[in-house]
Design a protein around this ligand. Sequence first.
Ligand code: HAM
Length: 424
Amino acid sequence: MKYKIPRGTQDILPATSPLWRIVEEKAHDLCRRYNYKEIRTPMFEQTELFARGVGDTTDIVQKEMYTFEDRGGRSLTLRPEGTASVARSYAENKMHGWADQPVKLYYIGPMFRYERPQSGRMRQFVQFGVEAMGSDDPAIDAEVIALAMNFYQELGLKGLKLVINSLGDKESRNAHRSALVNHFEPRISEFCGDCQQRLETNPLRILDCKKDRDHELMATAPSILDYLSDESSAYFKNVQRYLESMNIPYTVDSGLVRGLDYYNSTAFEIMLEGDGFGAITTLMGGGRYNGLVEDLGGPETPGIGFALSLERLLMALETQGIELPVEEGIDAYLVTMGDNAKQHAPALLHRLRAAGIAAEADYMNKKMKGQFKAADRQKAAFTLVIGDDELENGTVVLKNTETGEQENIPEEKAIEKIKEERGA
Ligand code: HAM
């Protein structure tokens, strides 16, 4: 029996894992500068958390969750996203009582959705997300958006397009909802089964339907922006003003509705302009979710955040031919000549590594030539050669593989020298 990796998942092999480290490092560094602190929540939660938090009418809850019963008969679900978990944790840990508000958190970790896999759409993918909870200052909306834009920009991505919208407050949404129902109802039979259901459960989601995207009623659908309350409208203008003050270009698109139920007020996505990226061009999505914490049993709490997948980011970087500065090569390769030297190798390797040096030696009984070849392949900055003479004298032949310079020096000196040169 041959085993295969599950559909929609991937092995990240050593050739690409350094890229992951670099983009994760960038996320950590950016969050340090913006003063967001890392939170790690469990990979699975009570199913009810997502049903309630993400919303019963969403594709995620209806079709995409990995739900299972544990041995105690509880229904659990592999997290399809991070916001519901963070909101749960905010309520459960009484973060509203923390001295510093808003509580600014971020996470990097795998999410699971049973989707039809295609390029840029996986069943397990890694999201980097941030959540700022406790403030309804439009400046924090702009900060969250700026953080996301900076993340991509500092990694060198070009052709970024920021799209924003406001989904309004309850009052605005109710008015818009009625207008949508009036608009679609007379001809709803021309729409797909999902949309017919959405008319009752969540008519806003009709605007996001892939199947009915080209129906003429879509283009003429009432815009949420025409139904914003004065307060929502002023809030949205302030967000835009802050973005302008940071020189962050954006487009307002009233068709941007987002696929999760907890959203209201500011919503945004970052897309990639231009071809070559397959069908999916959305890199990141986020928005406000005032009321989510309350829905999950906490106090009334405003919140805003975004999430993006590192898979899509890495695809975008590859498409644009952007090479990240991967550090290659080890510091030292220990080449041994003869049995005695080979037996001495583990102890010397041990000392090299304890000194902070990335060191390797042969474990395949290779001849000297093969050992040098391995040193070459692994881009060792130095080789250390030991034979019987060196063993007797406690020395090594240390060679700088780049300059070709070599000298026979005591082991301790060699270790010092490598450390110095390599900054170990
Ligand atoms: P979302 O739009 O469902 O929002 O996902 C956000 C991002 O996660 C997408 O823009 C994309 O980069 C990535 N993503 C989603 N599904 C997949 C997939 N199947 N394969 C690869 N990448 C994927 C959320 O998850 C919200 N929790 C975002 C948020 C945080 N809103 C407020 N705070």
